[in-house]
Design a protein around this ligand. Structure first.
Ligand SMILES: [Zn+2]
Length: 480
């Protein structure tokens, strides 16, 4: 006769949450018939049994014939691309080079309606188009804010102030007003005497203690009304608006897709050489590594078949995944400093738009940690290629194509690095940030359209070249 269940074996909340083995083993277990079993063995066995067991085989069973496996027909060992193709063969490669979004210009596609430019002439030209992936635009923005933005009927636009960062957005709140002011000065016929329906939101940081000068989030969020399609098209088409050094920004939309930049390779003096032969040697080294990895080939082949409608065996599909591999010689910033060093920036057409798959794909490239070009070691991602001015990851600020554009009126590289030095080492709580004077902030309103006399009659603001003129300095925020 088993002992009765102990008094502690109740179904109170307290008991239900107690999970220690000791407790469970001591506790009586009650079967469907109300008989309690207390032996340790039984309790253990019970826990190991799967939750949904098949019903017991009782009574007549249907006849099942199990065919023997065919003999002597082992599946052939799948070949790797390295066994079938030559990684040094660059005939017809790279493919898809013209699709690389990082070599494109602004003002692509059909020219939209141009608004009445009421006040100002910004640099009225075509620029290098910065491509910023979604995850970077969203960087360090609170999830709650992103959720609200995702529910908007028209997706918001993202404003990237040139040379900005979260700390600048915090310290120069008027800059946002100025940007919105400029955008609201773009009027179409539909606006009549009214203003465009536009709201500029500050990002709510996920991590508010971000104190780096160029730290994320570095976007402002522009919410346009449902009838502002013309304004939206125009802003995205022009993308870059440079009025003066503190009123200079780019407009981006969040679009799916992943960046083409895969990794940055740097080495000792002489490791990075800008010649076709050297570049092909590096690409061949990367392909050799990937083509020899069964894990990579299985993973990449499936994605090429699915996303690029690729056909053929695994080796061929895996080879195709690297056909768009390319590299550029750029200057990168060594991690933790602003020291420039020559680097290979490796590009490839992403084989997936899914973030998780993309990261896994990139991991295959970066995992070796190093590649060799002949005897020269090239380390993976020991330097960064990231523009602190326009936020693109295809060049550093020192090589940003924007300030090199003729008649550029926005900040120069010297401007933002100088500001960086001025503000990096001080305490955010005790510092003061002096905004541009009213006069300087309003200067763009008096800028004459090119070829027109200034409205105020005074000599208009003239775009200054790099490093020239004290006037420009007055219009930049200064720290004391
Ligand atoms: Zn740039």
């Amino acid at each position: 006769m088993p002992p009765p269940a102990p008094a502690t074996a109740t179904t109170s909340d307290q008991d239900a949450t107690a999970t220690s083995d000791e407790h469970r083993n001591k506790r009586g277990r009650t079967t469907g018939t109300g008989i309690a079993h207390t032996t340790k063995d039984k309790a253990n066995r019970k826990r190991k049994e799967p939750a949904n067991r098949p019903p017991p085989l009782i009574g007549p069973q249907s006849f099942r014939y199990v065919a023997p496996l065919p003999r002597g027909r082992n599946p052939p060992e799948m070949s790797l691309p390295i066994q079938l193709f030559d990684p040094k063969d660059f005939d017809g490669l790279p493919t898809a080079a013209d699709q690389n979004p990082h070599i494109q210009k602004t003002r692509r596609g059909e020219k939209p309606k141009i608004p009445n430019l009421k006040y100002v002439s910004f640099t009225d030209t075509e620029f290098h188009a910065a491509v910023i992936p979604e995850f970077k635009l969203y960087g360090n923005i609170a999830d709650s804010q992103l959720e609200v933005l995702a529910k908007l009927p028209t997706p918001p636009l993202f404003i990237v102030p040139h040379g900005g960062g979260f700390r600048m957005l915090k310290r120069a709140p008027k800059q946002a007003d100025e940007i919105l002011d400029l955008i609201c000065s773009f009027r179409f016929e539909s606006h009549g005497d009214g203003k465009p329906d536009a709201t500029l939101l500050k990002p709510i940081p996920k991590n508010a203690s971000e104190r780096k000068r160029f730290g994320q989030p570095w976007v402002l969020i522009l919410v346009l009304g449902p009838d502002e399609e013309a304004l939206r098209k125009y802003l995205l088409w022009q993308q870059v608006f440079s009025v003066h050094p503190t009123l200079s920004f780019s407009v981006h939309e969040s679009s799916p897709g992943q960046p083409w930049q895969i990794m940055v390779l740097t080495g000792e003096d002489g490791a990075v050489v800008d010649s076709t032969e050297a570049k092909e040697a590096v690409l061949a080294a990367i392909k050799t590594k990937l083509w020899s990895s069964r894990d990579y080939c299985v993973f990449a082949a499936a994605l090429v078949a699915r996303n690029w409608a690729g056909t053929g065996n695994m080796a061929k599909l895996a080879k195709v995944s690297t056909d768009a591999l390319d590299l550029a010689v750029v200057r990168a910033e060594l991690s933790g400093s602003e020291k420039l060093t020559p680097a290979y920036l490796v590009y490839a057409k992403p084989i997936t738009a899914n973030r998780g798959e993309y990261q896994r794909w990139v991991n295959f490239f970066v995992a070796p940690g190093e590649y060799y070009r002949g005897v020269h070691q090239l380390k993976v991602n020991k330097a960064k290629v990231e523009c602190k001015l326009c936020k693109e990851s295809a060049h550093c600020a020192a090589d940003c194509p924007l300030p090199a554009t003729p008649q550029w009126q926005g900040p120069t590289v010297e401007d933002i690095y100088q500001k960086s030095k001025e503000t990096d080492d001080d305490d955010a709580d005790t510092s003061t940030f002096v905004l541009p004077s009213e006069q300087a902030a309003a200067i763009w309103r008096n800028v004459p359209r090119r070829g027109e006399p200034s409205r105020s009659g005074a000599k208009g603001y003239s775009p200054t070249k790099k490093g020239s003129g004290g006037k420009k300095k007055d219009s930049r925020p200064k720290r004391r």
